[in-house]
Ligand binder design. Structure first.
Ligand code: ADP
Ligand code: MG
Length: 713
């Protein structure tokens, strides 16, 4: 048996269903299995009985399945299993969605350990989609002293189809094979010693089969460090490679810069001016820029991008006396790309500079031959031709920009808007679009905690746009409980009468998706739009916007909203990204407890586009105090960065969906909560890359890094 042995070869008699499940969670090799860590370790503190359960609690209970039945009653298409779990103190209902086999796995009378979160359904607690592990009986005496660690155990996510029992069994088999003695530790010895971390072998044993809590804690700490350390190594070596490359030098004189700054329709904020100067200094240097511009929604990042674009496209390539350098400006959605295209037309209309737009639904060029003040639709091949020969120096678009057929003549700079919406690989891809590495300006409004920024953007230099254009009033934010709903609608009506417009954000498009734990009362865009029209605001035009509409429909709706043909736009969080309608000054967020603070903050940012007073109403039916406290942070926090830090503290790291958004595992996210650990991992990685960029003296590190970077590609 070796680390890279296939699981199927070592465990030859796997059932097909298990093979499928393993594939689905991405476990191929023995190494994958060893690194399949339990998301958490349960301990006796979390073990509760049915009597004292509070909504929001994460618990483990030992119970008997008293009743269980699969049904399709509620939503015809979706199966749902309902059970009643019983222990010595009483009973609690449990519900699983889309797992019809559960009733076969847990027939009535089965004893099991259940772990999950207590959710509420019409005010009554129930256990939603709990993980389970069948036991022989309900153990007695589980509330013994702290020192009794008998029930301290790793909890694997059973619901993903690979049972805990199978994992325990397989891991034991791997441990017994002697493999652990042969594998090399990817963290250098000195570092383990310095930070008092267990070796790989010890940590693997401790994380999968801990004897006591402190062992599991140490092991988790080690793997958290390991993950961050390797991300840092990868980013730092990337940075070093970048810094060794030549680039397009874009030198502007003071007067030229002043001219650019003066050409804007408004006076730039100090922060904008400073950012522009910093960026121009970068791109005037000998090496490619990699800079992240972080600024709250509405802080005016587009103007910064326009200034930089101006500097780039008015520069001749290679000191030639003809032609111009090119810029690619990528944004995550079609709606946003079109808005950027429109904004850029305004910034560049008098400068005789062509601008192209490329999205999957078509291409445009400004100016049109027949009407120099307007754009025209053109064919894709025509646009690509003009980009390839340099006639179009500015190309704006969605990820269509990074497709194979798009070739630039002299691509000198890449700007990525709302860059957190793109994976690292998409970022890498676009910077590879040119022989000479283009300058990279990433922009984001997602305020993230400092530790996370240090980790995932370890290769970027950071500029903060920490000032709003003058005259902006901050958004008045209110948390609205069900009792205050009607009154709030009346307050809103006054604003609508003044001619303002409103967004209503719902978590879902259609009927609720019952798969999610608290789904049963989640509002849907369609139903809510209908309800508002019939019961609340019959006198106003109401329409909907969501991700399943065709791009043409979306665009039509957006432009109707911009032209004030629609007063109230009921939408999913698709409007989160960069939409700009200054007259929309009210936003209602339904089911707010389902959004992260940073996301709520961004949604709220939709309504600070003008000098009218803006309002954000955060509607929540939740009774969980913890959740309400979290929402209240929206009122007290001064800016997005502060909120991001709070989010990290108040929510479990697992709930920050690190994997999905940032490619960091739940264990890695534990490190993100710990500034000391992140700084240590960063310092060590920097040291190693500084001394030994090619990792000649660190063969094991090099090997592991290669594997990780394949994931990033
Ligand atoms: P974001 O940082 O969210 O991308 P935008 O660039 O879309 O923000 O700018 C938001 C709005 O503020 C736009 O309507 C823009 O024209 C305006 N704006 C940008 N900078 C200034 C400024 N210095 N003074 C006044 N208005 C500005
Ligand atoms: Mg923007």
């Amino acid at each position: 048996m070796q680390l890279n042995s296939k699981i199927e070869e070592i465990f030859p008699r796997l059932a097909d269903s298990r093979k499928k499940a393993l594939k689905k969670i991405g476990l191929k090799t023995i190494e994958d299995l060893l690194y399949y860590f339990p998301p958490r370790h349960g301990d006796t503190d979390e073990t509760k009985n049915t009597k004292d359960l509070k909504i929001g609690d994460k618990i483990i209970i030992y119970a008997k399945v008293k009743k269980i039945k699969a049904s399709k009653a509620y939503y015809k298409k979706i199966t749902m299993t309902e059970a009643v779990l019983e222990d010595s103190e009483g009973t609690i209902p449990a519900v699983w969605f889309r797992q019809p086999y559960i009733s076969k796995m847990l027939p009535e009378g089965t004893f099991a350990k259940f772990s999950g979160t207590i959710s509420d359904r019409k005010g009554k607690p129930y256990l939603a989609n709990p993980a389970y592990e069948i036991t022989e009986s309900i153990p007695t005496g589980i509330f013994k002293e702290e020192s009794d660690n008998h029930f301290f155990s790793p909890i694997y996510p059973e619901s993903r189809g690979v049972s805990s029992q199978w994992i325990h069994h397989s891991i034991k088999k791997i441990f017994n094979s002697g493999l652990l003695d042969e594998i090399a530790d990817p963290i250098p010895q000195e570092i383990l010693k310095k930070y008092n971390l267990p070796s790989l072998k010890t940590a693997l044993i401790w994380i999968h089969t801990p004897q006591k809590k402190s062992d599991a804690v140490s092991a988790r700490k080690r793997f958290a460090f390991e993950e961050i350390f390797f991300i840092q190594l990868s980013r730092q070596s990337q940075k070093k490679k970048f810094q060794q490359q030549p680039s397009f030098k874009i030198k502007k004189t003071k007067e030229e810069i002043k001219k650019i700054l003066d050409s804007f329709p408004f006076k730039l904020t100090k922060a904008q001016e400073k950012s522009i100067e910093q960026i121009l200094k970068d791109i005037g240097g000998n090496h490619p820029m990699s800079r992240l511009l972080e600024g709250d929604v509405g802080s005016g990042k587009t103007a910064v991008a326009a200034a930089v674009s101006n500097a780039v496209v008015t520069t001749r390539p290679n000191e030639q006396s003809f032609g111009n350098l090119q810029i690619a400006y990528m944004s995550p959605t079609e709606v946003l790309s079109k808005q950027l295209f429109e904004s850029f037309i305004q910034y560049f209309s008098e400068k005789n500079i062509s601008i192209g737009l490329i999205t999957s639904s078509g291409c445009r060029k400004f100016p049109s031959k027949t009407n120099p003040n307007n754009w025209t639709g053109i064919s894709r091949p025509q646009l690509l031709k003009w980009v390839a020969n340099g006639e179009i120096p500015i190309l704006i678009g969605t990820h269509s920009l990074i497709q194979k057929g798009v070739v630039f003549k002299d691509l000198a700079c890449v700007i990525i808007d709302e860059q957190h919406k793109f994976g690292t690989n998409q970022r890498m891809k676009i910077t590879k679009k040119s022989e000479v590495i283009p300058h990279l300006l990433s922009m984001t409004a997602t305020p993230i905690p400092r530790t996370l920024a240090l980790t995932i953007y370890g290769d970027l230099d950071l500029t903060l746009l920490d000032q709003m254009p003058t005259g902006r009033k901050s958004v008045i934010t209110e948390i609205v409980t069900p009792a205050k709903r009607e009154k709030t609608y009346e307050t809103i009506r006054e604003e609508l009468k003044e001619g303002r417009q409103m967004y209503v954000i719902c978590p879902r498009i259609e009927e609720p998706d019952p798969e999610k734990a608290q789904a049963l009362r989640v509002k849907s865009v369609r139903a809510e739009a209908q309800r508002l029209k019939e019961e609340v605001f019959p006198e106003y035009e109401i329409d909907i916007l969501h991700s399943k509409m065709t791009p043409a429909d979306k665009e039509a709706t957006m432009s109707q909203f911009e032209n004030k043909e629609i007063d109230i736009l009921v939408a999913t969080s698709v409007v989160e990204v960069g939409v700009n309608v200054p007259n929309a000054t009210i936003i209602i967020i339904e089911g707010a407890e389902r959004f992260g603070l940073a996301q709520l903050h961004q949604l709220r940012g939709r309504v600070i586009r003008s000098n009218h007073q803006a309002f954000c109403y955060v509607f929540s039916d939740t009774k969980a105090e913890q959740t309400l406290d979290r929402l209240k942070a929206l009122q007290s926090a001064k800016n997005g960065f502060e909120l991001a830090e709070k989010d990290l503290l108040l929510r479990g790291s697992g709930e920050l969906s690190g994997k999905k958004q940032w490619g960091i595992s739940d264990i890695g996210m534990e490190a993100i909560k710990n500034i000391k650990m992140v700084e240590a991992a960063r310092t060590e990685a920097q040291e190693i890359i500084k001394e030994d960029a090619n990792l000649k003296n660190y063969p094991v590190v090099k090997e592991k890094l290669k594997k990780i970077e394949v994931h990033f590609e």
